[in-house]
Ligand binder design. Structure first.
Ligand code: NAI
Length: 356
């Protein structure tokens, strides 16, 4: 299959393939757009069944980063790196050193940070080969693990959603089902519990569930029923595709908002949610806290107040999306896409496939 006919190719500015047979490196870096600034987005380190799957992820996630960075009003474009986890034994340091050297070849058109499967230690290794890596634990502008800030952004977004949909001024006694208690999900539970929300939680890792039950008085739910809880908010904080043809009819929450990327298995599901009266917080808007934190590091001076201002901006953007969706009778994900395309491409439709 040619890249140009790939269903997820969207006029990407560059798609780069890197291999180091000796070390076991196989990586794809997709640069979707640098129109607003250097492309930025985390690197995903994952066991892919095929290089075609890795390419699909890189193409989709890099486009989502363009949209996310534009909606957070950051001076950054969108890009994503995907490193295929080698099947056999491998040396993590050698692997990420080789990957860092490849990022350096792109001369700053792509800046990386952590995504699923990556740690600040990996970033340190990458940084030894290239300056185009952020999300570090040490250094003059180091921003560290972005997850707590992502959780803060999701929490703030849910405040706006609750005000819009439920006409409630706080999360006190609001019932929330959180799917996935990892770096973001657990931090989100902490914030929700402190705000007086009642929690239902699920994770494939039983220890995380026990921890949340003990710390937050949460109710444990099985992973295949968490979406169906009779709650006010369903918060997907695990992997993508939580809203799909089989979960949709079972969702009882009136708000969906969480950290996971690509929550809708397909975009049409946004309209299905809208017609069922469910308020969907577009994922790349509500989960932008982490990239905001990273952007502060990329700017060269990490300023907490700047991050806070951007998180407040995320809240007003969500409010605008909800109001426009209501007034125009259009799904929130479609409104968000339109706003993002406008911010990236303006009136120039010559880039990308079909930015209408
Ligand atoms: P993580 O890997 O720390 O946590 C994911 C959690 O989900 C793990 O505890 C895992 O056991 C659990 N999980 C996996 N499959 C599950 C299932 N079927 N049902 C229930 N639980 C399941 O990842 P992290 O960093 O918390 O990110 C969560 C999501 O948010 C990911 O989709 C990530 O791409 C997205 N995201 C994360 C950001 C960050 O700052 N960490 C920023 C923006 C998006």
């Amino acid at each position: 299959m040619s890249i140009f006919e790939h269903a997820d190719f969207d006029g990407h500015e560059g798609v780069h393939f890197f291999e180091d047979k000796q070390i076991g490196l196989k990586a794809v870096i997709a640069v979707h757009s640098t129109r607003r600034g250097p492309s930025a987005g985390g690197t995903r380190f994952w066991s892919y069944a095929s290089s075609a799957d890795a390419l699909t992820d890189a193409l989709r996630l890099s486009k989502a980063m363009s949209y996310k960075n534009a909606m957070a009003d950051l001076p950054l474009g969108g890009g994503k790196g995907v490193v295929m986890k080698p099947g056999g034994n491998f040396d993590r340091t050698d692997l990420f050193k080789a990957y860092g050297a490849r990022i350096n070849l792109l001369s700053g058109s792509y800046i990386t940070a952590e995504d699923v499967g990556m740690t600040p230690d990996d970033m340190k290794i990458i940084r030894s080969e290239t300056p185009y890596a952020a999300g570090l634990d040490e250094g003059p502008a180091a921003s560290g693990d972005p997850s707590p800030v992502t959780a803060d952004g999701v929490f703030r977004g849910l405040q706006v959603a609750v005000s819009h949909k439920l006409n409630r001024s706080s999360l006190k006694d609001v019932k929330v089902a959180v799917q996935g208690l990892g770096h973001v999900g657990y931090n989100l539970c902490k914030l929700l519990h402190a705000a007086g929300a009642q929690l239902w939680v699920a994770d494939i890792n039983a220890d995380r569930v026990t921890q949340a039950v003990n710390a937050f008085n949460a109710n444990a739910v099985s992973t295949d029923r968490i979406h169906a809880c009779a709650v006010d908010i369903f918060s997907p904080c695990a992997l993508g595709g939580a809203i799909n043809a089989s979960t949709l009819p079972e969702i009882k929450a009136s708000i969906i908002g969480g950290a996971a990327n690509n929550q809708l298995k397909s975009p049409e599901l946004g309209e299905a949610l809208q017609s069922r009266g469910i308020l969907y917080c577009p994922d790349y808007v509500i989960n932008a806290g982490g990239i905001i934190n990273i952007a502060a590091e990329v700017s060269g001076t990490y300023e907490k107040d700047w991050v806070k201002t951007k998180l407040t901006g995320l809240q007003s953007t969500l409010k605008t999306i909800f109001e426009r969706a209501q007034n125009e009778g259009v799904a929130t994900n479609i409104i968000a896409d339109k706003m993002a395309q406008d911010r990236i491409f303006g009136s120039d439709l010559s880039f990308g496939e079909n930015h209408t």
